[in-house]
Design a protein around this ligand. Structure first.
Ligand code: PGA
Length: 248
């Protein structure tokens, strides 16, 4: 059941130098302020732009997040960023277990689990992504694949946590799950999380995968959808603004 304002999250992935990121953040801040009564908005710039975007968002209702973090607090981990470093930059969220990490970088659920604990430690809210590949879907293994990821990734530790259902075959492909499929998977996932003591009221489930201005309102209307995780369309100020307005 929807109990809170939906979160419209923009995952910028590995896109944007600082000047582009600041310009995009300023546009998002204006759209988010105009829709602040109906939705929350968060952006996930590349690490290199976080500081500049934090400055551009100062005083705006837009929350900031990191696209990943390391499980350790500090140490000899060349190239990595800790959850504490993200918090230090003003982040509230961190995306974990995105398919571009699980499948693209062979990240296991065990690692996602440890990163989620690190996020709690730093006071961040992890947004854990789960979703089936095209091959798993064709074999009728969608719920098994997602259940495996949930059981492996969710720590026992207490902390605010969010989830994103992102069918891997829908990410960046222009293909979106049908609203019927989204409703079915979100409802099933909400029950699974409830059974794990991760009640959906406190852990809204976002949908992600080729969300665009023309499908955002229909997906947000699905009962168990608590928001949207938007990739490609979040890089275009006009398109992301239209997605934000679809929440109203
Ligand atoms: P997309 O990406 O909107 O470009 O499909 C979504 C995501 O990767 O979170």
């Amino acid at each position: 059941m929807k109990t809170a304002k939906p979160l419209i999250a923009g995952n910028w992935k590995m896109n944007g130098l600082r000047a582009d990121a600041v310009a995009l953040a300023e546009a998002v801040a204006a759209d988010a302020a105009a829709s602040a009564d109906v939705c929350e908005v968060a952006v996930f710039p590349p690490f290199t732009a976080l500081d500049a975007v934090a400055g551009a968002l100062s005083g705006s209702p837009v929350a900031l997040g990191g696209q990943d973090c390391h499980e350790a607090e500090a140490g000899a981990h060349t190239s990595c960023i800790s959850a504490e470093m993200l918090a230090d930059l003003g982040c509230r969220y961190v995306i974990l277990g995105h398919s571009e990490r699980r499948h693209g970088r062979r990240e296991t659920s065990e690692t996602v689990h440890d990163k989620a604990r690190a996020a709690f430690r730093a006071g961040l809210t992890p947004i854990v992504c789960v979703g089936e590949t095209r091959a798993q879907r064709i074999r009728g293994m969608t719920t098994e694949a997602i259940a495996d990821q949930v059981f492996g990734s969710v720590p026992d530790a207490e902390g605010p946590m969010m989830f994103a259902y992102e069918p891997v075959w829908a990410i960046g492909t222009g293909k979106t799950a049908t609203v019927e499929d989204i409703a079915r998977i979100h409802d099933w996932l909400a029950r699974l999380l409830h059974a794990l003591g991760r009640d959906c009221e406190g852990s809204p489930i976002l949908y992600g995968g080729s969300v665009k201005p023309d499908n955002a309102a229909a997906i947000l209307a699905v009962e168990e959808v608590g928001g949207l995780l938007v990739g490609g369309a979040s890089l275009d100020a006009e398109a992301f603004g239209a997605v934000i307005r679809a929440a109203g």
